[in-house]
Design a protein around this ligand. Structure first.
Ligand SMILES: *Cc1c(COP(=O)(O)O)cnc(C)c1O
Length: 397
């Protein structure tokens, strides 16, 4: 019987990070604004903007911080209503609340993407901004969403925390809306433990975000942005101090050239496991949308025709063999289940999203796994399905 791989083990940080980190340890120059130029954080911003094809990048302490700063940089009035998906990480509604705005939740369908009918119904004249969360890297129909939002002149922020390397019609996710936000937390495609970055083509907006991130006094001069924009905003917006430090940037920069390989390997591994799982009549891995090229490091699938007892038996059988299956809606404290976001006043009910969360399974598939590892995970999941649906046969062997 195959052994389950350790899916929480990270890929080593490239060896070339050592030299930059040693230099920082030698000099003690850890603050991004001490060096007159070429601080690791500044270099990371230039490299990331270039890699994604956007004009400006601002590195910060997390993707949550990037989302918060995005809303602040949009200069939304207090209590502005921000439309967000009902299936996302709790960081998203939290960023909205933190920015003194009110999250309005939209239904998400069984393919983990925004339900466009509900999106159209909820997007009224009281919506000031939209955050699209490409949850677990699943891209919603950005053509339809941008057409609806552009027609109403509503800014779109892309939460691409878990979508680095995904493309839509060949264009990088995170560059479609007005602002894109990414995470460098350890479970994302690039791992610095913690960290985030936002990208945009809007000079005025990034100037505001840079100042608010903590570029106090003349530190904004170390960002390659139009000076007019800074002159306009200096001392006019508060400082939230959400900067990234040089050590994080030194860990991130050598991983950028690894991204294309990670994306390719992650997609190959995901599609291989998806094809094996889809052979079972009890499992459905929803198809991607046409214009989308995914960059997955986990797999999500729906259980078809299993009752509650069988679902419990399935996840217990998989876990007993070392594969942890998270069923989003079935743990008591899941941060991706909207009913746990009780900090939102008048939390709505979302029947479609709830139905999806109650049978959607989540399994990590880090991109560095081998073909044997992928086979082990697929076999354990398929055996667990057999065991849950035909207990007498499975136990008899
Ligand atoms: C990880 C994640 C976040 C939060 O990122 P942090 O850097 O940990 O703040 C937000 N949204 C999604 C979809 C995520 O996967």
């Amino acid at each position: 019987m195959r052994q389950a791989p350790d899916v929480h083990q990270a890929e080593p940080i490239p060896e070339s990070a050592r030299e930059a980190i040693d230099a920082l340890l030698q000099s003690g120059d850890l603050f991004r604004y001490t060096a007159p130029e070429n601080a690791p954080v500044a270099l990371l911003e230039a490299e990331f903007a270039e890699l994604l094809g956007s004009k400006y990048a601002l590195a910060v302490s997390s993707c949550s911080a990037a989302l918060f700063l995005s809303l602040k940089a949009l200069d939304l009035p207090r209590d502005a209503r921000v439309l967000i998906p009902g299936f996302t990480f709790a960081a998203v509604p939290s960023a909205v609340v933190h920015a003194d705005c009110y999250p309005v939740l939209c239904e998400v369908g069984e393919n983990y993407r925004i339900d466009l009918q509900d999106f159209k119904a909820k997007i009224d004249d009281d919506i000031s901004a939209v955050i699209i969360s490409h949850m677990r890297g699943h891209t919603s129909d950005m053509d339809a969403i941008m057409a609806i939002c552009d027609a109403r002149n509503i800014p779109v922020v892309e939460d691409a925390a878990h979508s680095l390397g995904t493309t839509w019609h060949g264009q990088n996710i995170g560059t479609i809306g007005k602002i894109g936000c990414f995470s460098f937390q350890s479970y994302k495609m690039i791992n610095a433990g913690e960290g985030g970055i936002m990208i945009t083509d809007d000079a005025d907006l990034v100037a505001r975000a840079i100042i608010m991130s903590g570029a106090y006094e003349h530190n904004w001069k170390k960002h390659p942005v139009l000076h007019d924009a800074f002159a306009k905003w200096q001392n006019k917006v508060p400082l939230y101090n959400l900067r990234m430090g040089n050590l994080s940037a030194a860990v991130i920069r050598p991983q950028l050239p690894e991204l294309a390989r990670r994306v390719r390997d992650g997609r190959d591994g995901h599609d291989y496991v998806a094809a094996r799982l889809n052979a079972s009549p009890y499992i459905d891995v929803p198809a991607k949308l046409g214009p989308e090229e995914r960059a997955p490091d986990s797999i999500q699938f729906n259980l078809i025709g299993l009752d509650d007892t069988e679902i419990t038996a399935f996840s217990a059988a998989a876990e007993a063999r070392g594969v942890k299956v998270q069923i989003f809606g079935r743990s008591s404290d899941n941060a991706r289940a909207f009913w746990n976001w009780q900090f939102i006043p008048n939390l709505p009910e979302l029947p479609l999203t709830r139905a999806m969360l109650m049978r959607a399974c989540d399994v990590r598939l880090p991109v560095h796994l081998s073909r044997d590892d992928y086979d082990a995970i697929a076999e354990i999941l398929l055996d667990a399905i057999d065991q849950a649906t035909q207990p007498s046969r499975a136990y008899g062997t």
